[in-house]
Design a protein around this ligand. Structure first.
Ligand SMILES: Nc1nc2c(ncn2[C@@H]2O[C@H](COP(=O)(O)OP(=O)(O)OP(=O)(O)O)[C@@H](O)[C@H]2O)c(=O)[nH]1
Ligand SMILES: [Mg+2]
Length: 274
């Protein structure tokens, strides 16, 4: 195409009005991804109801791919069909929101799809929606995660109650109506009557799974040690609203801060820029 004709389109770049929308510098933020139409997907792959560990493993694995792509997330919290990805260090793509909200869900979707195929033997396209949540300080980070955990716990209770009533022969519309009017205690009592103790279900189902980088010291030669990072997966999380839960998050954030200060040798810290 001749250059002159390309020049005649030059003004069109101005119509990309969101391309300069940025996350404020040095502001920690979450990217929350949610599986699109995953209820239908879980039916198609015959996932165990109401929770399937293999399905959760696919989601965790998809979240883990973000650590290997130079995006440098601080942590990933996975629950049901949701991933909360925290960036407390350098923002990827220099904080460009369109890039963050498109590349991250694309990576997660493709990783999830591939894994789902491997694990369930079925090939389906999948998608995740994506939004950005700004957090201003450590307390905000802990509060945000506590909120998502409380939401997960409520969904866990409802999901069990739903499948118990469904198995008992009730219609979906009738069950939804009935659940709307029920409090936590009533749901627990109902489940208990049907042989399910909701206080004894696996913790990952109600509190989610956390993936984060943990530093460790490695002996690299007889008298030389170096700091390295390894990925850690926690399937038995404390409540983030508890002292132990808040401490865990504070510790992870402290590691990020100190790694920024000392620029740990040997760690891969290349950041996605473009
Ligand atoms: N059977 C089964 N279903 C699951 C599991 N984890 C997530 N799901 C399904 O994923 C859904 C997630 O909730 P939503 O995000 O509200 O449902 P959705 O169909 O993805 O709806 P949109 O996000 O609005 O597109 C749950 O309601 C379940 O149906 C699992 O381990 N087993
Ligand atoms: Mg969903």
């Amino acid at each position: 195409m001749p250059e002159s004709s390309l020049n005649s389109y030059r003004d069109l770049v101005k119509t990309e009005i969101f391309s300069k929308t940025l996350i404020p510098l040095e502001t920690p933020f979450f990217v929350r991804l949610d599986g699109w139409k995953f209820r239908a997907l879980s039916e198609k792959i015959n996932a165990e109801k109401p929770f399937d560990k293999k399905f959760a493993e696919c989601l965790v694995n998809a979240g883990k791919t973000l650590f290997g792509k130079g995006l440098n997330p601080t942590l990933v919290h996975a629950v049901s069909d949701e991933l909360n990805v925290l960036f407390a260090g350098q923002a990827p793509f220099r904080g460009r929101i369109e890039k963050i909200d498109s590349v991250i869900p694309s990576l997660v979707s493709s990783a999830f799809t591939l894994r789902l195929h491997e694990v369930f033997g079925k090939a389906f396209t999948t998608a995740f929606d994506s939004r950005i949540v700004i957090t201003l300080n450590t307390d905000n980070v802990v509060d945000y995660l506590s909120w998502r955990q409380t939401n997960a716990w409520r969904n866990h209770n409802n999901a069990y109650a739903y499948w118990i009533l469904k198995k008992a022969g009730h219609k979906p519309t009738e069950i939804s109506k009935r659940l709307k009017g029920m409090g936590t205690k009533e749901i627990h009592d109902l489940a208990f009557k049907h042989g399910v103790n909701l206080t004894q279900t696996p913790l990952w189902q109600k509190r989610g799974i956390l993936v984060y980088k943990e530093p460790y010291v490695k002996r690299v030669s007889p008298n030389k040690h170096a700091m390295r990072w390894r990925l850690k997966e926690e399937w038995n999380l404390p409540l983030f609203a508890s002292e132990d839960g808040a401490k865990l998050i504070q510790q992870i954030l402290e590691w990020v801060k100190s790694s920024k200060r000392t620029e740990i040798s040997g760690a891969t810290r290349e950041n996605a820029e473009n």
